[in-house]
Design a protein around this ligand. Structure first.
Ligand code: ADP
Ligand code: ZN
Length: 563
C-alpha cells in the first residue's frame, strides 16, 4: 500500500505536478467541446429535421460519436447533419483517441519510467564502512545537523524508504542516501549500523521506538532520538535509546530564559566544571548605559564579560564598549560571583511575560517561568488539549485588542511562539510598536526567517532547527559545548599542539579565527582560569574554552584542529 501511495505521490511533485495542470486544462477543454457539440446537435436536429432531443441526449450522442462507439440509435438524415456528425467523429479521434493517450504517455508515463531507469538508489553501504552517523528521518533539524557534520567532515548516511525522496536528497542536495525501511533489520545491517559512530532517530515517537528496538536487536551502537511528547521519553529509553532529546521542552526553556530579567542565576545556560556561562540582559542590572570600564563588573563581582549580543550580532567587548539597555551580556564565572551580581542588581521591578502561542513550546516556556517563579500570561486562539494546567486568554494575538485587554501595556517581555513564522514576524513587529521597550524573544520555525524576525524588532531569535542540530552535535561529540542564543557558541577544545608554549597574544587566535578565549584549564586542573590575560603562556595538554559565532567556531577548527 505504502509503495502505491508513494508512486501516486510522484504525480503531485515537481515536473509531474506541472504536467497535472496541463492535463486538467486539457480535460476542461474536452468538456467544453462536448457541451458545445451537444448544444449544436440539438439546434441542428430541431432546425434540419424537426426532431426535439433533451440536452442530456445531446451529451450522450456527442460522447458516443466522439469515442467512435456509434450505437446508431440516434442518427441524422440530412447532408448537413452527416457533415456535422463526421466533424464530431474526427475531432473525437484526434482529441480523445490520439492526443490524450499520447499526452498521458509523454507527460507522465515516460518521465516516470525514465526516473525509475535512470536513478538506481543505493541499498547498502560498502562493507567496512565505519565511524559514520546514520540518520533516520530528514527534516529541517536533521538538515541543519547535516550541514554541521559536513562542515566538520564527519561521514553520514540518510535512510529513507521512499525512492523519490532518495533521488531528491542524493541528486538535488548531494547527500549520501540509502533507500530502505528504517524498521527493517536488513536495512539496519545494510547501513553498517554496527560500526557506525551514532544513530539518530528523528521520525514520530512510535516509529523511533520501533527503530530503537530494531537497532538493538542487531547492535549496540549509541542511539540519539528527538522526542515529540516528553512523556514518551521513558519508552524510548526502554527500547534502547541512549539519548532522548525533548526538543520542544528545551526550546521552551531557551525562550523563557531569554524573556525575563529575573535573578542572574536563572540565566546560567551551561557549565564547565565550576565555571558557569550565563546570558544576562543588561536591562536587569545596574550597568545600563555605562561603558564596561565604568561598570567595573570584574572588580565588583569577579565575573568576566565575554561577549555582548545585541539584535543579532555578537561582539567581543573592549573597555570602551557601552552596555546598551537592549543588549545581552554573556558572562563567565562561578555560582558565587553570579549571586554577587544578583545582589548588586537589588530589588527587581515586577516582571510580567506574555507568551503568544500555547503549543508544546509555549507550554514548556510557561512551565519554566512558573518554577522561577515569574508571572506570565498565555494567549492562544484555541485550547491545547494536552495541557490541563494553564489557563490562557483565548483570542487571536494578531488582533491588538486581544493583547491590550489582557494588560499588554504592563508586560516587560514577550515570547512569540506560534507555529507560523509570518504570524511570528507580525506579532514581533506589533509588540515592538505597542511597547517600544519590551523584550521580545521570538521563535523561528524555519531558519530562513531568523533575519526577518530580527528586522521586525526581536531581541533574541531561537530557531527550532539550529537548536535541535546544536544539541544533536553536542551529543555526538560528547562535548560540553554550550548552545546559547542563536549565533553565539561557547565551546571547549584541547590546546592545538602548534600553540603549545606560546602566549595568548602570540597565538593570534582572535585575529585568525575571530574566537576569544574565555577560560583556560591547565592539564589535570578542573577549575578553569577565566579571562586569562594576553601574556598567559599556553601549556601543552591544557583545555581552552572559547566563545565565537558558529562560523568562528568552524574557522577555529579549520585553522587549528583539522590541519
Ligand atoms: P508547537 O507545539 O511546536 O509549539 P503548535 O502548532 O502546537 O506548535 O503551537 C502553536 C500555537 O500557536 C497553537 O496552539 C496555535 O493555536 C497558536 N496560534 C497560532 N496563531 C495564533 C494567533 N494568531 N493567535 C493566537 N494563537 C495562535
Ligand atoms: Zn500549558
Amino acid at each position: 500500500m505504502k509503495t502505491i501511495a508513494s508512486e501516486l505521490a510522484y504525480f503531485l511533485r515537481g515536473r509531474a505536478r506541472k504536467n497535472l495542470k496541463v492535463l486538467f486544462l486539457y480535460c476542461s477543454f474536452l468538456i467544453v467541446m462536448t457541451l458545445i457539440y451537444a448544444v449544436l446537435f440539438r439546434a441542428l436536429m430541431w432546425n434540419l429535421e424537426g426532431r426535439e432531443f433533451s440536452f442530456i441526449a445531446g451529451v450522450y450522442w456527442t460522447i458516443t460519436v466522439m469515442t467512435t462507439l456509434g450505437f446508431g440509435d440516434i442518427t441524422f438524415h440530412s447532408d448537413l447533419g452527416y457533415i456535422f456528425a463526421t466533424l464530431v467523429t474526427i475531432s473525437g479521434v484526434v482529441f480523445l483517441l490520439i492526443i490524450l493517450p499520447f499526452g498521458m504517455i509523454s507527460l507522465f508515463l515516460a518521465p516516470w519510467i525514465e526516473d525509475r531507469l535512470r536513478y538506481r538508489p543505493t541499498y547498502e553501504l560498502p562493507e567496512g564502512t565505519a565511524g559514520h552517523v546514520v540518520i533516520f528521518g530528514i527534516d529541517a533539524t536533521t538538515r541543519a545537523f547535516i550541514r554541521k557534520l559536513q562542515a566538520r567532515g564527519f561521514p553520514f548516511v540518510v535512510v529513507t524508504p521512499d525512492h523519490d525522496e532518495a533521488m531528491k536528497l542524493e541528486e538535488d542536495e548531494g547527500l549520501r542516501v540509502v533507500c530502505g525501511s528504517p524498521t527493517d533489520v536488513k536495512v539496519v545491517a545494510a547501513v553498517r549500523s554496527a560500526s557506525a559512530r551514532y544513530i539518530i532517530a528523528n521520525l514520530s515517537d512510535s516509529e523511533n521506538v520501533n527503530i530503537c528496538l530494531t537497532v538493538r536487536s542487531y547492535c549496540q551502537t549509541p542511539i540519539a532520538t528527538l522526542v515529540e511528547d516528553s512523556e514518551h521519553a521513558s519508552l524510548l529509553h526502554l527500547s534502547g535509546a541512549n539519548q532522548v532529546i525533548p526538543l520542544h521542552k528545551l526550546l521552551g526553556r531557551y525562550l523563557a530564559v531569554r524573556s525575563t530579567t529575573c535573578g542572574a542565576l536563572a540565566h546560567v545556560l551551561d557549565s564547565f566544571g565550576d565555571l558557569k556561562i550565563a546570558e544576562i540582559p543588561v536591562h536587569g542590572t545596574p550597568f545600563s548605559g555605562q561603558t564596561l570600564e565604568e561598570a567595573k563588573i570584574r572588580q565588583q563581582t569577579g565575573l568576566a564579560v565575554i561577549g555582548i549580543w545585541e539584535r543579532g550580532t555578537l561582539t567581543m567587548p573592549t573597555r570602551e564598549t557601552v552596555l546598551e539597555d537592549t543588549a545581552l551580556m554573556v558572562l563567565a564565572g562561578t555560582r558565587e560571583q553570579l549571586r554577587t551580581l544578583e545582589h548588586l542588581a537589588g530589588e527587581k521591578e515586577e516582571d510580567l511575560i506574555f507568551i503568544l502561542g500555547h503549543g508544546r513550546i509555549g507550554c514548556a516556556a510557561a512551565h519554566f517561568l512558573e518554577h522561577k517563579p515569574v508571572p506570565f500570561i498565555l494567549v492562544d486562539r484555541q485550547e491545547n488539549s494536552s495541557c490541563s494546567e494553564h489557563v490562557p486568554i483565548y483570542g487571536d494575538a494578531t488582533i491588538r485588542n486581544t493583547l491590550m485587554s489582557a494588560g499588554f501595556n504592563r508586560a516587560k517581555g514577550v515570547i512569540v511562539t506560534t507555529n507560523n513564522d509570518n504570524t511570528n514576524v507580525f506579532l514581533t513587529l506589533a509588540s515592538r510598536h505597542m511597547q517600544p521597550h519590551i523584550r521580545i524573544v521570538a521563535r523561528a520555525n524555519s531558519e530562513e526567517n531568523v533575519d526577518q524576525l530580527y528586522a521586525a524588532g526581536a531581541d533574541f531569535v531561537v530557531s527550532n532547527a539550529s537548536v535541535g542540530a546544536g544539541i544533536l552535535l553536542n551529543v555526538l561529540e560528547a562535548k560540553a559545548s554550550a548552545f546559547l542564543t542563536e549565533g553565539i557558541n561557547v565551546f571547549r577544545r584541547s590546546l592545538p599542539e602548534t600553540l603549545a608554549g606560546q602566549t595568548i597574544a602570540d597565538s593570534r587566535i582572535r585575529l585568525r579565527t575571530g574566537c576569544s578565549i574565555v577560560a583556560l584549564a591547565s592539564a589535570g586542573e578542573s577549575d578553569p582560569k577565566v579571562s586569562p590575560p594576553p601574556e598567559t603562556r599556553l601549556e601543552a595538554g591544557s583545555n581552552l574554552i572559547l566563545i565565537g559565532t558558529p562560523e568562528q567556531e568552524e574557522a577555529f577548527d579549520a585553522v587549528f584542529v583539522n590541519d
